[in-house]
Design a protein around this ligand. Structure first.
Ligand SMILES: *[C@@H]1O[C@H](CO)[C@@H](O)[C@H](O)[C@H]1NC(C)=O
Ligand SMILES: *[C@@H]1O[C@H](CO)[C@@H](O)[C@H](O)[C@H]1NC(C)=O
Ligand SMILES: *[C@@H]1O[C@H](CO)[C@@H](O)[C@H](O)[C@H]1NC(C)=O
Ligand SMILES: *[C@@H]1O[C@H](CO)[C@@H](O)[C@H](O)[C@H]1NC(C)=O
Length: 346
């Protein structure tokens, strides 16, 4: 009896040792799978951009944007289990948030650098070499592109042709708050205003527009100057997507080269300043176009096939990271983030 129970105990011991071994093995497999598991991706926002918090109650990505299997969190207790930790550049540069470099960084976790500013306003990023695994920006070559807006194809052709001429009272309108003489857009405005009348709104001209008045005002203009304050690769902001397209004025754009616009906006939906040999030529073109009903209407033909989507909520941008989780490179390190950010148009 005694021997038997000893033998049993021995067998039990070996057996449980094997189990323990198996169990540990499984745990490691589990852990490996955790970071590859796309059934539930956790995106953690380290600090809210500009200190403006939003509610993350409930299943935000599903409830608001119908993006499944995507958990958006902002509490630091999630750090060990977050697949992606997102850092917004402004607060990093200003020093109001620090990278948690003292915390053990889980293997497989990606750190993302996020900014919607142009390179001129991102500061010097040299100190962020070899830290980030991915970039989130408006740029098309970022790992996750978060544009200010985009065109979505309509499911069925829209044949409701509106008369875009209705209610137009001004030829060219511009809304500007931050007026700087050294901006290229200021030079172009001055030259244009010397050729055709340009109606100026905004703080600079002491004609501020409330957000309710913005689109109705723009809708009364034939053309809207969607002039960016900085000329940088892919930097096309809400001035195009929201102000011009939603306002129903034909955008006259100044920003990155025409190819960057063509990549994201329909043919014949905008007029690029660089299409003309001089600003005077541009002015004459606008004048003639406003008088030619048929040719002016052609700049609205895109509305038959496209609708404009404008992005304003950081939660939507962050949830959309999940849609690309599967196609992120397995391993990537930005050894020269400053070089990436300041890269010129090619
Ligand atoms: C997804 O992950 C989050 C954070 O780790 C967790 O709170 C949530 O319960 C998970 N959901 C599912 C369906 O596994
Ligand atoms: C034109 O202006 C009138 C009066 O302000 C307004 O009721 C109407 O909706 C406008 N039409 C368009 C197409 O904007
Ligand atoms: C724009 O043109 C108008 C009319 O020629 C002129 O009165 C105005 O001073 C000009 N504005 C600027 C800022 O040059
Ligand atoms: C993320 O970057 C860190 C720091 O350079 C690196 O050690 C880690 O392997 C990278 N992870 C991925 C998934 O690329």
């Amino acid at each position: 009896m005694k021997w038997c129970s000893m033998k049993r105990g021995f067998v039990f011991c070996i057996f449980s040792g094997l189990l323990l071994c198996l169990h540990k093995g499984w745990r490691e497999v589990d852990n490996y799978n955790y970071w590859k598991n796309t059934a539930n991706v956790t995106i953690m926002l380290w600090k809210w951009p500009f200190g403006r918090t939003h509610s993350l109650k409930g299943n935000v990505c599903w409830d608001l944007y119908k993006i499944p299997n995507c958990t958006l969190v902002d509490q630091s207790s999630y750090f060990p289990s977050a697949h992606i930790v997102v850092f917004h550049n402004r607060e990093l540069i200003q020093g109001s948030q620090q990278l948690p470099t003292e915390l053990p960084r889980p293997q497989g976790q990606r750190w993302a650098w996020m900014s919607l500013e142009s390179p001129a306003h991102n500061g010097n990023l040299k100190k962020f070499a070899n830290i980030f695994n991915m970039t989130i920006s408006y740029r098309r070559d970022a790992d996750v592109t978060i544009p200010f807006g985009e065109m979505l194809p309509l499911e069925t052709e829209n044949n409701l042709v509106e008369d875009s001429h209705i209610n137009k009272t001004s030829l060219v309108c511009w809304v500007v708050s931050n007026y700087r003489t050294h901006h290229r857009r200021t030079q172009v405005y001055k030259e244009l205003n010397a050729t055709v009348p340009v109606k100026v709104y905004g703080r600079w001209n002491k004609m501020p527009l409330s957000s309710e008045d913005l689109l109705p005002t723009i809708s009364r203009c034939y053309f809207y100057l969607a002039f960016e304050n900085t000329l940088a690769k892919d930097y096309v902001t809400e001035k195009l997507w929201h102000n011009a397209y939603k306002g129903g004025a034909v955008p006259v754009v100044l920003g990155p080269p025409i190819g960057d616009y063509k990549a994201v906006a329909p043919e014949h939906s905008f007029i690029h300043v660089d299409e003309f040999s001089s600003v005077q030529e541009l002015g004459k073109y606008l004048q003639r176009l406003a008088e030619d009903r048929k040719r002016y209407e052609e700049y609205f033909n895109w509305r038959k096939h496209w609708k404009v989507k404008v992005y304003t909520d950081w939660r939507e941008r962050l949830c959309k990271i999940c849609l690309q989780y599967d196609i992120l490179p397995q391993h990537k390190v930005y050894s020269d983030l400053e070089g990436w950010d300041k890269a010129r148009n090619t």
